[in-house]
Structures are given as structure tokens and as C-alpha cells.
Write a protein that binds this ligand. Structure first.
Ligand SMILES: Cc1cc2nc3c(=O)[nH]c(=O)nc-3n(C[C@H](O)[C@H](O)[C@H](O)COP(=O)(O)O)c2cc1C
Length: 312
């Protein structure tokens, strides 16, 4: 492992990185942690099946391949409600709790959830404190933020609020909500934070080892979170951590076939739509994935799709 990378975390991506994707990617990479898609909580304690829907791994060991622990992410704005649901997630076996303060969705922001809270560090503090007090100080608590909502003015206040509330880890997607997903990511803002006891995780626009090195250099953080890049190059974590070569086309084909053969891929609609979605990321690194996408665009039958994968 290049000595500068300490840990790699697989990012939460709603509607994209689900149980099957976590299983697939963690079986070919050494991730240190996976964060799940978010469970939105408004005012109720959600029933257990809602937690299992987001994180089926909770029904077993709350780990995925290579013993990678999974951590449930919650999205909400009500401290007591978040704390109650966090306690339930921990009781079900989640390896800590992650709170989402970065979601840019209009409906979520309108209801005072997600990135809009970045303008309200006091509320972020109250939420984290109540969650931490409820789950107990031995449980891991993390928060995921952007640099701000419209600008970065409150970035340091938000980070301080997260730290003062006793969180163990803070992930920073190095862009404001206003920046959306437009490159670049402004990693250097992360280095402006004081030295905290909690882990600082840098995130955004890491597609290669060079990006990872630049990110570490500019952010001064040795823990990185990978999102879209991890989908575009399936073994990106090991490329960064262990100097592995990016997967060849033959290796990619084997991964796609294994993905297709999973029992979770039995549902016809789910399998074909999720695979097509993945190909949109894969084509960023493998032009052949674009061709495959064109060939299977109108197909939903798994056997027919697998035939095309084999031909790729
Ligand atoms: C389709 C999609 C879904 C996402 N869902 C979530 C989510 O559920 N929770 C969250 O905290 N961030 C979510 N994100 C943000 C990512 O976790 C990550 O911060 C962002 O994509 C930047 O990292 P990247 O450049 O490595 O992809 C999502 C991003 C995308 C593109």
C-alpha cells in the first residue's frame, strides 16, 4: 500500500451502491468500511424491515465480502427521531451510524434535511449530540457533509460542531451544494481544519491513483472515500491501496458475469436496470462498456444480457 493511504471507504450512493454492489466491490477490493444508502427519517421510529431494506447485511453479520463492516446512513433533521432510529440501527448490528448532511435533493432540503443544514451548525451539533448520547460513546458516529450550501463560509463552524458533539469521523465531499457535481473538487479546503481527534475523510472526484495522491496532498487527509470512481473502475480501491493494475477487459467481464449470477440478480427488472446504470459509470473507463450498453439497452432477459457480456 502506498504509505500515504490509510483507509478507503466505499461511498453511500442512493439507488446505485446497494447490497449487491457493496458485495461485488468489496469482494474484489479491501475497503475498510461501506456506508449504506440513506434511510430517511422524519418523525417516526421506522420498523425493522425498513432498515433491512436499506441494509440487508444487518440480517447476517452486518459485514460484506472480505469482512468489510457496513454502517447505516440516516437522513433527517429531528434530533430525537434521528437518535431513536440510530439506536435501532445499532441494536440491529450496524457498525456505527452515519448522518447525511450533504444531500442536495430539493424535496429533502425543503423539509430542512440534507445539505440545507450546513447553514445551521447549531442544529447539526444538537443532532449529533443527541444521537451520540443515545447510542453511547463506544459506538462510532460519523457525519457526511459538503463544504457548504451556497458558499464555504460556515464550513469550519460545521466541522467544529461535528467535533464538539463527539463524532468519531467526518467525511467531506469537497464541494458546496451549489457546485453540485461539477469538477473540480476543492480538496484544499479540508486542510484548513484544525487537528481534531475525529478522523477526517476526503471525498470527491477520485478516479485514479494520481487523483488520490493529489487529494491526500491537498487535503492532508489519509482517509479517502470513493464513489463514482469506484464504479467506473471496479478495482480502484486496490489500485490505490495495493498498486494493482486497473482491471483488464477480461477481468471486467468476469466481474460483470459474477454480478449477473448473484441470487440478488434474480429479479429481472432490478438486474437489467441496475446493470445498465453501472455501465454508464463503467464507460468512463472502458469504451467497450458503452457498446455493451447500446447492445443491451432494450433487453431485460438475463440470459440474453449475459450472452452480450460474454461477447464484449
Ligand atoms: C447517484 C448518487 C447518489 C448518492 N447518494 C448519496 C447518499 O445516499 N448519501 C450520501 O451521503 N451521499 C450520496 N451521494 C454523494 C456521494 O457519496 C459522494 O459524496 C459524491 O458522489 C462525490 O464523490 P465521488 O466523486 O467519489 O463520486 C450520492 C452521489 C451520487 C452520484
Amino acid at each position: 500500500m502506498p504509505e500515504h493511504v490509510k483507509k478507503l471507504i466505499l461511498a453511500p450512493m442512493e439507488g446505485v451502491i446497494d447490497q449487491l454492489m457493496r458485495k461485488t466491490l468489496s469482494s474484489i477490493n479491501h475497503y475498510d468500511l461501506c456506508i449504506t444508502e440513506f434511510l430517511r427519517v422524519v418523525e417516526n421510529l421506522e420498523p425493522k424491515h425498513m432498515f433491512y431494506r436499506i441494509a440487508p447485511e444487518l440480517q447476517k453479520t452486518a459485514t460484506t465480502a472480505n469482512d468489510t463492516p457496513i454502517r447505516l446512513q440516516l437522513l433527517g433533521q429531528n434530533p430525537t427521531c434521528l437518535a431513536d432510529n440510530a439506536a435501532r440501527a445499532i441494536e440491529l448490528g450496524s457498525h456505527g451510524i452515519d448522518l447525511n448532511f450533504g444531500c442536495p435533493a430539493k424535496t429533502v432540503n425543503k423539509n430542512k434535511g440534507g445539505a440545507v443544514l450546513l447553514d445551521d451548525p447549531d442544529l447539526i451539533y444538537k443532532i449529533l449530540l443527541e444521537v451520540k448520547n443515545t447510542i453511547g460513546k463506544n459506538e462510532q458516529l460519523s457525519a457526511k457533509i459538503r463544504l457548504g450550501f451556497n458558499d464555504t463560509e460556515r464550513f469550519k463552524d460545521v466541522a467544529a460542531a461535528v467535533n464538539n458533539a463527539g463524532a468519531n469521523m467526518l467525511t467531506i465531499h469537497a464541494r458546496t451544494k451549489k457546485h453540485g457535481y461539477k469538477p473540480p473538487a476543492y480538496w484544499s479546503h479540508i486542510s484548513s481544519l484544525p487537528n481534531y481527534d475525529m478522523d477526517i475523510v476526503a471525498n470527491g472526484e477520485i478516479w485514479s491513483t494520481e487523483d488520490a495522491q493529489q487529494c491526500i496532498k491537498q487535503s492532508h487527509s489519509k482517509i479517502l472515500m470513493l464513489g463514482r470512481g469506484a464504479l467506473a473502475m471496479p478495482n480502484l480501491a486496490n489500485v490505490i491501496k495495493h498498486n494493482e493494475q486497473p482491471y483488464s477487459l477480461a477481468q471486467l467481464k468476469a466481474v460483470l458475469l459474477r454480478y449477473s449470477n448473484n441470487e440478488e440478480s434474480e429479479s429481472k427488472y432490478y438486474y437489467s436496470s441496475r446493470l445498465k446504470q453501472w455501465l454508464k459509470y463503467l464507460k468512463l473507463q472502458y469504451p467497450q462498456a458503452n457498446q455493451l450498453f447500446t447492445e443491451i439497452k432494450t433487453l431485460s432477459c438475463k440470459n440474453q444480457i449475459m450472452k452480450q457480456i460474454k461477447k464484449m
